[in-house]
Ligand binder design. Structure first.
Ligand code: ATP
Ligand code: MG
Length: 400
């Protein structure tokens, strides 16, 4: 059977990213390559001008197609932005069958019941994660079907978002001439790429430091506990440098990416950057490090507040895994470790053989892994499925 090209799309504030792959002979995912294109029409992780974004997606696809044997027609895409949130919920139903054994329908009904919490008119549920079932008061049941009971309860986490954000995103992708095989909350796409089951069991936080946003996904005892997206990211560091050194944005960005570091030189060292026209700009490395540290510290404090709300501050044995373009800041892991008093490391793609080690591409790798698992399941069950719905339902099984 000819293997179809798999493509994943991450619509970021600063750049659009795509990873392409195919399923190898062993059934595992083979990465064919990655491509990146400057973003447009995106503010703080949210598509605000779909047509503009669509044009850039189309350019990105053309670039990615140079690495694939056939056209890219369909993508799995992640959705981010600070209006993504999660709601823990609970459902309860009476078991319907006369012989009192729990059926698939009972499970569907209890999950339905768990979705009846109030959302504003412009909000909707993107994905629902069953955490545990409670069967006649017996907690921590994962597979209730077939068990005999009168009462079935479910504890779930619903990942929700602002509907217009999802609408704009899908509009941009469709307008670029692509079909959408699934939409995944971006913190979960990243988590899929980096987490192993032990980390999830121990308790771990995956933090993605993007340009316009910083996202957080917390796992405990093997399950998703929390997700949040903060409307602040590595682009704020650039702004701070631009203001602090009184330079233009592009120069500030260069200073940040070429010289920036956390825990940098404390001496009075001056650095010089070539402006290309025979001129140079001289600045204090110590001052730039100070600006970076202050902003990173602020972002870490916001994350700590989120963890505190979960009673998890300082108690995540699996620590924090840093991803996203901001994770490329030298010494950021050491700095975060000191600030958060937790083990911190930069994320690496798990169970994937790829030369691409850029932490900004972990999100698209996670999406490809999800797409691969979905296809596997689809093949196994031979059920034709509406991919998006299928992905939503089975997503939980895929996260490591
Ligand atoms: N070497 C580096 N040092 C410091 N920062 C870096 C480095 N490389 C990239 N960055 C920063 O990472 C950010 C881009 O990261 P990323 O590609 O993950 O963001 P995005 O996906 O476009 O945005 P978002 O996810 O917030 O919508 C930019 O602010 C960029 O300046
Ligand atoms: Mg991003």
């Amino acid at each position: 059977m000819k293997s179809k090209v798999l493509a994943a799309l991450d619509i970021g504030t600063k750049s659009l990213k795509m990873a392409v792959g195919k399923i190898g002979d062993e059934g595992d995912l083979e990465i064919l390559g990655v491509a990146e294109e400057p973003s447009s029409g995106v503010r703080k992780g949210v598509v605000v001008k779909p047509e503009e974004t669509a044009r850039h997606i189309a350019t990105l696809v053309k670039r990615a197609e140079q690495m694939t044997p056939s056209r890219i027609e369909e993508v799995i895409v992640s959705v981010g932005g600070s209006r993504l949130f999660c709601v823990p919920s609970h459902g309860l139903v009476a078991v319907s069958r006369a012989d009192a054994s729990i059926s698939k329908e009972d499970v569907d009904r209890v999950l339905q019941a768990a979705q009846t919490f109030s959302l504003s008119q412009n909000q909707e549920i993107l994905e629902l994660y069953p955490l545990q079932y409670v069967v006649d008061g017996e907690q921590d049941i994962r597979e209730p079907i077939g068990m005999k009971a009168v009462r079935l309860e479910a504890d779930v986490i619903a990942v929700c978002l602002f509907s217009p954000d999802l609408k704009n995103l899908t509009e941009a992708v469709l307008e670029a001439g692509l079909e959408i095989s699934g939409v995944v909350a971006s913190p979960l796409a990243v988590a899929t790429a980096v987490l192993n089951p032990q980390e999830k069991e121990m308790g771990v936080a995956v933090v993605e430091l993007g340009a316009g946003t910083t996202s957080l996904a917390v796992f405990e005892e093997g399950d998703l506990r929390h997700i949040a997206v903060l409307p602040v990211g590595a682009e704020n560091i650039t702004h701070d440098i631009a203001i602090g050194l009184r330079v233009e944005h592009d120069l500030a960005e260069r200073i940040k990416t070429e010289f920036g570091t956390c825990l940098g030189p404390k001496g009075k060292r001056m650095e010089k950057i070539d402006l290309g026209n025979g001129e140079t700009f001289t600045f204090s490395a110590k001052f730039v490090t100070h600006i970076i540290e202050e902003r990173v510290k602020e972002i870490l404090q916001l994350l700590q507040k989120e963890l505190k709300n979960l009673d998890k501050q300082g108690q995540l044995p699996g620590g924090v895994i840093l991803c996203g373009g901001g994770a490329k800041l030298p010494k950021i892991a050491e700095f975060a470790k000191k600030e958060l008093r937790l083990p911190v490391k930069v994320g690496k793609p798990r169970e994937l053989h790829t030369v691409e080690q850029d932490p900004a591409f972990l999100g698209v790798f996670g999406l490809l892994l999800l797409q691969t698992k979905e296809q596997e399941l689809r093949r196994e069950t031979r059920k034709p499925s509406r991919a998006a719905g299928f992905l939503k339902r089975l997503f939980k099984a895929f996260i490591p």
